[in-house]
Design a protein around this ligand. Structure first.
Ligand SMILES: NC(=O)C1=CN([C@@H]2O[C@H](COP(=O)(O)OP(=O)(O)OC[C@H]3O[C@@H](n4cnc5c(N)ncnc54)[C@H](O)[C@@H]3O)[C@@H](O)[C@H]2O)C=CC1
Ligand SMILES: O=C(O)C1=N[C@H](C(=O)O)C[C@H](O)C1
Length: 265
């Protein structure tokens, strides 16, 4: 069982906590918050402060941390987890470049995954979009992202899509309305056809299942910096290799009395 500490218990963190608590592979041990440590159901709560977090980790050891707080939090817990070899899945979408550099540096000593969108669906869309982009680099590309009305910044997901497709951020159209959890659409415009790749996060629990996939995959990885699309590609590659191996496997006789060339197909 993987023991987890959750950093951030807001809109996304609460949904992630509910998914983790229902999954028998994980034990959610505690929550770290930025504000005062108000209790949450039966979960221990700590206020995240750099100078005391190491002692908290020693008294409440975990295998991994999942971060749905804000871009500053990793600066408070990074060295404490580095010293203890604790893996990290951070879903923060708006890291400044210097903080991303710090996260990559943490990858020299621990397993850490950072992705602006942790859903498996959007990371599959990222892989599909990159394939189409390579096939048809001449196509027009536009990106549309839609979120709840109070989300201030352009989605980190849309910026990541633009980055991997080598498209200028000016091609991103942002809409803010209602309670939309997360909608992303990549539109490829060809002379005689249009290809639309669309992903909708219907409920914030989608971020919980994505985080569960990431922490479980990370537990099988070597020390290093990872992204969710790379972890997903790793699983796809393993599946394809297994399929290739199985389809190439010669007919064998499990019964020594039956020659291999007459074994049932
Ligand atoms: N990668 C992904 O798939 C997703 C990423 N996000 C990102 O997660 C972050 C949080 O999103 P929401 O839950 O909607 O925001 P929110 O504002 O509802 O929740 C953030 C929580 O973090 C807490 N917090 C702030 N500073 C903290 C600190 N230093 N230590 C511990 N806790 C701290 C706040 O008190 C708040 O409860 C945002 O950056 C958002 O873009 C959100 C959903 C999906
Ligand atoms: O703030 C959110 O909620 C989300 N933020 C991420 C982003 O900025 O891309 C991912 C997801 O769309 C939800």
């Amino acid at each position: 069982m993987i023991k987890i500490g959750l950093v951030g218990y807001g809109k996304a963190g609460q949904a992630v906590a509910s998914v983790l608590r229902e999954d028998p592979r994980f034990e959610l041990c505690w929550v770290a918050r930025g504000s005062s440590a108000e209790s949450i159901d039966d979960l221990p709560v700590v206020k995240l402060e750099a100078d005391s977090f190491g002692a908290w980790l020693d008294a409440h050891p975990v295998d991994g941390i999942i971060d749905f707080s804000n871009p500053q939090a990793v600066l408070s817990y990074g060295e404490a987890v580095r010293q203890r070899g604790i893996m990290v899945v951070t879903a923060i979408s708006g890291y400044p470049p210097e903080t991303l550099d710090y996260i990559r540096d943490l990858g020299r000593d621990i397993r850490i995954m950072s992705s602006p969108n942790i859903t498996l669906g959007i990371n599959f869309l990222l892989l599909a979009a990159q394939i189409l982009r390579r096939i048809a680099p001449f196509a027009d590309v536009e990106i549309v992202e839609q979120h709840f009305r109070d989300k201030p910044e352009v989605s980190g997901t849309a910026r990541r899509i633009a980055e991997v497709l080598d498209v200028d951020d000016e091609r991103i159209t942002s809409l803010r309305l209602g309670g939309i959890v997360g909608h992303h659409e990549v539109i490829f415009g060809f002379p005689y056809q249009t290809v639309r790749l669309i992903h909708d996060s219907i409920r914030r629990e989608a971020f919980g299942t994505g985080a569960a996939f990431a922490i479980e995959q990370l537990s099988r990885c070597a020390t290093g910096f990872y992204t969710q699309d790379k972890l997903l590609m790793r699983v796809i590659r393993e599946e394809l290799l297994l399929e290739e191996t199985l389809s190439a496997a010669p007919a064998v006789s499990l019964d020594s009395s039956v020659p291999a060339d007459r074994a049932p197909a």
